[in-house]
Design a protein around this ligand. Structure first.
Ligand code: FE2
Ligand code: FE2
Length: 469
């Protein structure tokens, strides 16, 4: 480990002068991007942050006060697995590749650039949130997510610089030039061009959209290209905290809604200045459906090609599946047929996006179950639900068709007539925004949110997570 170095790393950068110099040239541009497109405030303040300092399962993270621009963004790859093989597809069982096979170069570059693009995009989307942070604890968590997304950009840029020569260096520059929501140079995926300017959306984003990220990383962790597998495996360690922020964030909104309902003669959380459960449900409907789109088409020849090539596997490919070639199986895909829901049998390899989406849906359901446990414990008779996966889709076989949140096919007119019941409407968004006030006193919190059960790294909730200078 070389922590004292300008770019902390466990990839022996100092032995590869060319690569080191290339990354050192990229570093000031990265910092320029961070200052321009990262958090809009607090850049000079000291934030109690976690920094990755190694890949040791027990001691990988160091907690301390740091000014965000001084954060040590490092390059850490999970330790190599001995005798690792290509985990799936036509080359299953061959030794994993340490260098990129020529025939997969373009596909891998596209995979790495698309993944890399989402990391800075989310930082840009969230840059204004600190101006209405509901507590110091939450503001610190936002910055933690942001600096780690920055490190994930480093992780992808390392691969581009180390394995793609001049093309890779150009891609690395372009990753700093695109901007979320920019008309001329937008980020690659649509969802990452929507601004996130209220904290309910931030919690939904970290619950649902970061979890898409988790599943993409799980698929890449099963890549035959070993450096990609190793870097994504370590990214998953950090990613877990992002989903913790989302799941517990929504959970605390739910808890507070219950408390306020009980205080109000009409059980009206809004009358008590809080967020109400039907609004939370509408935000779930929106963010879940838009995150489902990120998995790509249900029937996909691209997904089949990536799997066949051994570039991307299924989540936990080696642990959870027996047949890693997947040439024989098939998959039943539900789709609209003669006005009703029917199904179509497709070769398993063509359904790999849907297989990954299945695992994602189950993972989300476990989170929703925990939110419903809070409602149950608070003795509030309300159940939150994931809408059916066909609801409100903009990509794939269900897009262009209309379904209610239970997945029942309906006409476009009915959908439009009931849209405001199911998805956040302008009045909901305005109301949510009206609640966003900045609270910076340690131990204090905005009225619409319950404090967390515990603080960060064993610290209490009223710890001074941010020191203003
Ligand atoms: Fe990330
Ligand atoms: Fe993340």
């Amino acid at each position: 480990m070389q922590l004292h170095e300008k770019i902390p790393n466990n990839v022996n950068l100092h032995d590869n002068r060319r690569l080191l110099r290339a990354l050192e040239r990229w570093q000031p541009n990265y910092l320029k991007w961070w200052k321009e497109a990262g958090p809009a405030d607090f850049q000079l303040d000291k934030i109690y942050l976690r920094t990755a300092i190694s890949v040791d399962a027990k001691g990988w993270a160091n907690f301390d006060y740091v000014k965000m621009p001084d954060y040590k963004w490092g390059i850490f790859l999970a330790l190599p697995e001995k005798d690792r093989v290509v985990p799936c597809g036509d080359s299953y069982g061959d030794p994993a590749w340490q260098e990129i096979p020529g025939e997969f170069r373009n596909a891998l570059r596209r995979i790495i650039v698309t993944q890399g693009d989402t990391e800075p995009a989310s930082v840009e989307q969230q840059r204004l949130l600190c101006s209405c942070a509901p507590s110091l604890y939450d503001c610190r968590n936002l910055f933690q997510v942001n600096v780690e997304e920055g490190r994930h950009l480093w992780a992808m840029v390392y691969l581009l610089h180390a394995h793609f020569g001049r093309d890779g260096r150009e891609e690395a520059e372009e990753l700093l030039e695109r901007r979320s929501g920019d008309y001329d140079k937008p980020r690659i995926l649509t969802t990452f061009n929507e601004p996130i300017d209220d904290w309910l959306s931030f919690f939904m984003f970290t619950m649902f959209t970061d979890r898409d990220g988790k599943y993409q990383l799980l698929a890449l962790a099963e890549s035959g290209f070993d450096p990609l597998s190793r870097t994504t495996r370590f990214m998953l360690t950090e990613e877990a905290h992002h989903m913790f922020v989302g799941e517990t964030g929504v959970g605390r909104v739910v808890k507070r809604a219950c408390e306020l309902m009980k205080q109000d003669p009409n059980e009206d959380a809004r009358a008590q200045g809080g967020l109400d459960l039907p609004t939370v449900q509408k935000y779930i409907n929106f963010w879940y459906s838009s995150s489902l789109d990120l998995f790509g088409g249900e029937i996909s020849s691209n997904a089949a090609d990536y799997f066949a090539a051994g570039l991307k596997g299924r989540a936990h490919e080696m642990k959870k599946f027996e047949d890693h070639v997947a040439l024989e199986g098939s998959y039943e895909i539900e789709l609209l047929e003669n006005g009703g829901v029917g199904s179509k049998t497709v070769p398993l390899r063509n359904a790999m996006n849907e297989v990954l989406r299945d695992a994602y849906v189950d993972d989300n359901q476990r989170g929703v179950d925990r939110w419903n446990k809070i409602l149950h414990d608070e003795e509030i008779d309300f159940e939150l639900q994931l809408p059916n996966r066909r609801f409100n889709r903009k990509m794939g076989i269900h897009s262009g068709h209309f379904f209610d949140p239970h997945g029942k096919p309906i006409g476009e007119e009915e959908f439009n007539a009931r849209r405001d019941e199911w998805l956040p409407n302008q009045a909901d968004k305005d109301y949510v925004k009206s609640l966003m006030v900045q609270v910076l006193e340690p131990g204090k919190i905005a009225n619409w949110l319950a404090p967390p059960a515990r603080g960060i790294n064993g610290k209490p909730f009223d710890f001074e997570y941010i020191r203003k200078v």
